[in-house]
Design a protein around this ligand. Structure first.
Ligand SMILES: Nc1ncnc2c1ncn2[C@@H]1O[C@H](COP(=O)(O)OP(=O)(O)OP(=O)(O)O)[C@@H](O)[C@H]1O
Ligand SMILES: [Mg+2]
Length: 260
């Protein structure tokens, strides 16, 4: 079976900073793959390249036999890749359902001008968008607060909203950048159940997460970055016992110790 995503010898430089150095790995269909490493290891940078926020300095990224590393970011969602952001990107003055619907506008073909004048084709699209948005809002359990402005929601609900928006485009590959950051124990458990449920629907998931309990529980495979380089890859158990990984985390802050 060919892999869903292939990252081949990817390097990213920001001026003198090498955020990723010669990183290679693959993601298989229906797997949950974890990406871990101390602060500044280059995890978000890698996500930004896979979601075409910016291109690699060197190397290639392939998704389902398409080379995607030089595509503009708006071409990525229609191909089947979507993501959440470490720093939430919700519109505070829009309601829950509006936030999810905005995410879906990228998927339809009508121009914004056509949508504003509500041409017949656009009304059909609006119905399609609304129904799709309702489906994912129900799925993540936000149906009771559809009309609440995002600005009035607590963090736990905002993370669910960010997840709903990413799911609305029906991705084949979903990237979650610290989706459980700041959540309490109960919310984290609910989030991990939700992630497993998404995978059971056939979606491949790539997660960056500092919560090691969560990572070890849900991931089929884990990739470890340290100072931009891949230092280990394997099952949660293998990675947890890997000497290089233990040393990388011992060099990091207490908060990030690899204890499970
Ligand atoms: N847009 C950018 N411009 C310049 N430098 C950047 C940019 N994005 C990331 N970097 C640098 O690249 C390195 C890796 O950062 P990155 O955000 O990818 O790490 P991370 O593993 O996601 O860290 P954290 O766990 O803190 O989120 C850091 O030195 C960071 O300062
Ligand atoms: Mg990050």
């Amino acid at each position: 079976m060919s892999s869903l995503l292939q990252v081949k010898n990817v390097t990213k430089r920001f001026g003198g900073v090498v955020a990723n150095r010669n990183v290679s790995f693959t993601i298989d269909e229906k797997d949950i793959t974890g990406l871990i490493g101390p602060n500044g290891a280059g995890k978000s940078t890698l996500f930004n390249m896979v979601s075409a926020v910016f291109p690699p300095s060197e190397g290639e990224i392939w998704f389902e036999n398409h080379k995607i590393d030089s595509l503009p970011s708006h071409k990525i969602a229609p191909m089947g890749i979507s993501r959440t952001f470490q720093n939430l990107q919700v519109f505070k003055k829009m309601t829950v359902i509006e936030n999810v619907m905005v995410g879906l506008h990228t998927r339809t073909t009508s121009s914004l001008a056509a949508a504003a004048f509500r041409f017949p084709r656009s009304r059909k699209e609006e119905k399609f968008i609304y129904e799709n948005a309702m489906e994912v809002v129900n799925f993540v359990g936000l149906e009771d607060i559809l009309e609440v402005d995002a600005g009035n929601l607590p963090l736990g609900k905002l993370r669910l909203l960010e997840l709903a928006r990413a799911l609305a485009t029906k991705p084949k590959l979903l990237l979650l950048d610290e989706i459980a950051a700041g959540l309490n124990h109960q919310e984290t458990l609910e989030m991990s159940d939700l992630i497993l449920k998404i995978r059971d629907q056939g979606v491949s998931i790539f997660v960056v997460e500092h919560d090691m309990d969560l990572v070890m529980k849900i991931c089929d495979k884990i990739i470890v970055l340290d100072q931009g380089e891949k230092i280990a890859e394997g099952t949660p158990k293998a990675v947890q016992n890997n000497q290089r990984v233990i040393e990388a985390y011992l060099g990091a802050s207490d908060e990030e110790e690899l204890t499970v």
